[in-house]
Design a protein around this ligand. Structure first.
Ligand code: PGA
Length: 260
């Protein structure tokens, strides 16, 4: 039997959820996924929640007895100091975060995060032993002109040096086509598979060995109704979920779907 990357179901809460919502979500999740709250039980799929910055300490406490990882949605390019508003990787490590999303299309497009900036953020995360979840993906225009794969692999190539500095089992790639994020219009599973296979080949060609350990996630309007069609694809190792991760019952269904 060949063993591939450990599958990962990751929640990206974006700028949603408040203190009480976090508590209610975890209380519900305890009922729905009791095995994730049993430290003696080895779950077959990794589960991660990335709340907004202010709720990371609260979520850390709520998840103390759980086999659910904690992550952040962004990080400073600097290692600390006079950078008003920034949260450093060292702070995330101090709060016991395991993962951090970088290069999400909302950061690239709304906050103008460039490849150079994303590279600096990845290096900060490596320094603090956090696992970067690098998001890549094309616009609808790019897909319509048949350039989706070239464009997305180009995003990886721009960061090849930094990705090569992550240990092979300490990196996650999330393929998120822009037009599928938050729109309710999900990618065709076969198209997502084609892209994730191309990403896997890119890893094999450029960072040999990484193709065996780096989980490649699909993200973009994933919900319980469509998730199984992604999870059965050879090169899709899980999902990065926005909207459907805000409701404990939907998120729990996604985790369960991966287990079957
Ligand atoms: P969505 O968001 O599931 O709401 O489309 C996914 C993401 O942006 O990571």
């Amino acid at each position: 039997m060949t063993t591939g990357p450990t599958p990962l179901i990751a929640a990206n809460w974006k700028s949603n959820q408040y203190w009480e919502g976090c508590v209610e979500f975890i209380n519900e999740l305890k009922e729905l996924l009791p095995e994730q709250f049993d430290l003696g039980h080895e779950p077959p799929v990794d589960v991660l929640i990335c709340p907004p910055f202010p709720y990371i300490p609260l979520m850390g406490m709520l998840l103390e007895e759980a086999t659910i990882y904690l992550g952040a949605q962004d990080v400073s390019r600097f290692d600390g100091g006079a950078y008003t508003g920034d949260v450093s990787a060292a702070m995330l490590a101090d709060l016991e975060c395991d993962y951090c999303i970088v290069g999400h299309s909302e950061r690239r497009n709304v906050f103008s995060d460039t490849d150079e900036l994303i590279a600096q953020k990845i290096l900060q995360l490596i320094e603090q032993e956090l696992v970067p979840i690098l998001c890549v993906g094309e616009s609808l225009e790019t897909r319509d002109t048949g350039q989706a794969v070239d464009f997305t692999l180009g995003q990886l190539s721009a960061l090849k040096t930094e990705l090569g500095r992550c240990e092979a089992d300490r990196l996650v790639i999330a393929y998120e086509p822009l037009w599928a994020i938050g729109t309710g219009r999900n990618a065709e599973p076969a198209d997502a598979q084609e892209m994730c296979a191309a990403i896997r080949d890119w890893l094999r060609d450029n960072l040999r060995g990484y193709e065996k350990t780096v989980p490649i996630l699909y993200g973009g309007s994933v919900k319980p109704e469509n998730a199984a069609a992604y999870f059965c694809q050879t090169d899709i190792d899980g999902a990065l979920v926005g909207g459907a991760s805000l409701k404990a019952n939907l998120f729990a269904q996604l985790v369960r779907l991966y287990k079957v």
